[in-house]
Design a protein around this ligand. Structure first.
Ligand code: SME
Length: 162
C-alpha cells in the first residue's frame, strides 16, 4: 500500500464519518459507527474500541465501550496502568510502534504489534479515549494519527452538545 493510497483511503473514511456526524447521531451511535468504519475500512486497524472514564469513580477508571475485534480481558483500566492509562492521564496521544518494547503495554491479543491511543476531550477535560491495535508493527503514521484524532474530536464535540 502506498502513502498516497493510505491518504486517499483515510480521506474516504473521514468523509463517511463526517456523514455519520452530520446525520445527527448520538455520541453513543457515533462511537459505534466509528469503531465499525475504522475496523472495516482501515485494513491494519485490527482492534478498535472506545474506553470512557466512569462517572464519579474514585480512583478514576476507564471502562470499555463500543469495540470491534477480539474480546479483551481489559474491560476496566485504572489510569496508572497500560498504554490506555498513560494516554488518559497525560491527555496526549500515545503511539507505540512495537508494543513488546513498551513496559506499560497490557496485552490484549498475542497478534498485536503496534497501538495508538487518542484521548477524547469534553470541555477541555479527558472523558475517554479511542484505542486501536494493529497486527502490523509501526502501523500508525501521521495520516493515521490525524484520522484517529479527528474521530476522537468529533466524539468529544458530540458529547459536549449532549
Ligand atoms: N493494550 C492496552 C489495553 C487495551 S487492549 O489493547 C484492547 C493498554 O496497554 O493499555
Amino acid at each position: 500500500m502506498t502513502t498516497t493510497s493510505n491518504a486517499s483511503k483515510s480521506d474516504e473514511v473521514r468523509n463517511a464519518i463526517d456523514r455519520l456526524h452530520s446525520q445527527g447521531r448520538t455520541a453513543d451511535q457515533l462511537m459505534a459507527g466509528i469503531t465499525d468504519l475504522l475496523n472495516e475500512q482501515m485494513l491494519k486497524y485490527n482492534w478498535v474500541g472506545f474506553y470512557m472514564l466512569e462517572t464519579g469513580a474514585n480512583p478514576p477508571v476507564l471502562v470499555l465501550g463500543h469495540y470491534r475485534g477480539a474480546m479483551t480481558p481489559h474491560t476496566r483500566i485504572p489510569l496508572n496502568q497500560g498504554i490506555c492509562g498513560a494516554a488518559a492521564s497525560s491527555g496526549k496521544t500515545v503511539v507505540v510502534d512495537d508494543v513488546h518494547k513498551d513496559s506499560r503495554y497490557l496485552a490484549c491479543s498475542l497478534e498485536t504489534k503496534s497501538e495508538i491511543v487518542v484521548p477524547v476531550f469534553v470541555h477541555g477535560e479527558v472523558a475517554g479515549e479511542l484505542d486501536i491495535d494493529s497486527h502490523f508493527p509501526a502501523a500508525f503514521g501521521d495520516e493515521d494519527r490525524k484520522l484517529i484524532e479527528y474521530c476522537a474530536q468529533l466524539v468529544g464535540k458530540r458529547l459536549e452538545s449532549a
